[in-house]
Design a protein around this ligand. Structure first.
Ligand SMILES: C[S@@+](CC[C@H](N)C(=O)[O-])C[C@H]1O[C@@H](n2cnc3c(N)ncnc32)[C@H](O)[C@@H]1O
Length: 225
């Protein structure tokens, strides 16, 4: 039987690779947390952290931070990273809406958004909405990449529509990743939700684009708010 949520929460707070909302020390200091100058990649809505772990195993010279509000889910990833001695992995429990409290401008080199809720009735809460992309611009560099993996047509199409509206450079757009031959290693990583959607026969989509900065956007002024 899985451990009760409160026990996982208490354990999560004590893990050496896990940070919580109350830990305000890390803004602009992630490189010293990792003890190196390697690039920092964040996974938003990481859940159990499957993608964070998978990418960290593939790329030991890149630092990965999985971010979610649910520590009982991240407990699984944090514990696995400790067991495997993956020194390039950390987890951070926060609302993504507060992400600028934890990262300094240009601190994040790349962003992954994996199987986020498509929010059909609350488009502003969608993690690839104009509001959220602008939030990410505050912690990203001009060339920061955003990777989106999803089963949801709505999330996929609305993300691409937002990228088009912002005149962003879309580097990759794959409507069904398992039709690729071969499937690249970084796309073979499967999350808890991906495995669930695959069992239900859904197709998995992926896109990658350059986030850009406020100056590069058609609606520069809206971006600065
Ligand atoms: C559908 S699950 C996907 C989890 C994981 N990426 C996977 O594929 O297994 C969505 C996750 O997003 C997290 N989430 C949604 N909105 C969030 C927000 N604003 N801030 C932090 N986490 C959020 C939820 O807690 C949940 O774990």
């Amino acid at each position: 039987m899985s451990k009760p949520k409160l026990i996982k929460f208490a354990e999560y707070k004590n893990f050496s690779n896990a940070f919580d909302i109350e830990d305000t020390i890390n803004k602009g200091q992630w490189r010293s947390v990792f003890g190196n100058d390697n690039p920092i990649v964040i996974e938003l809505a990481c859940g159990k952290g499957d993608y964070t772990l998978g990418l960290a195993r593939l790329n030991p010279n890149i630092n990965y931070i999985g971010i979610d509000i649910k520590s009982n889910r991240m407990w699984t990833g944090a514990k696995a990273a400790l067991n495997e001695q993956l020194t390039n992995v950390r987890f951070l429990r926060t609302h993504i809406d507060h992400i600028t409290d934890f990262f300094a401008p240009e601190e994040v080199a790349e962003i992954w958004i994996t199987f986020a809720d498509p929010q059909p009735h609350k488009p502003r809460k969608r993690l690839s909405s104009f509001k959220f992309l602008n939030l990410y611009r505050k912690i990203a560099g001009e060339h920061t990449l955003v990777n989106v993996k999803t089963d949801s047509d709505l999330f996929y199409e609305s993300t691409l529509a937002q990228a088009q509206q912002d005149k962003l450079i879309v580097l990759s757009k794959i409507d069904n990743i398992y039709q690729l031959n071969p499937v690249p290693e970084f796309l073979k990583i499967q999350t808890y939700y991906e495995r669930m959607w695959l069992e239900m026969g859904r197709t998995i989509k992926y896109c990658q684009f350059i986030l850009g900065n406020c100056e590069s956007l058609p609606l520069k002024e809206d971006c600065k708010n």
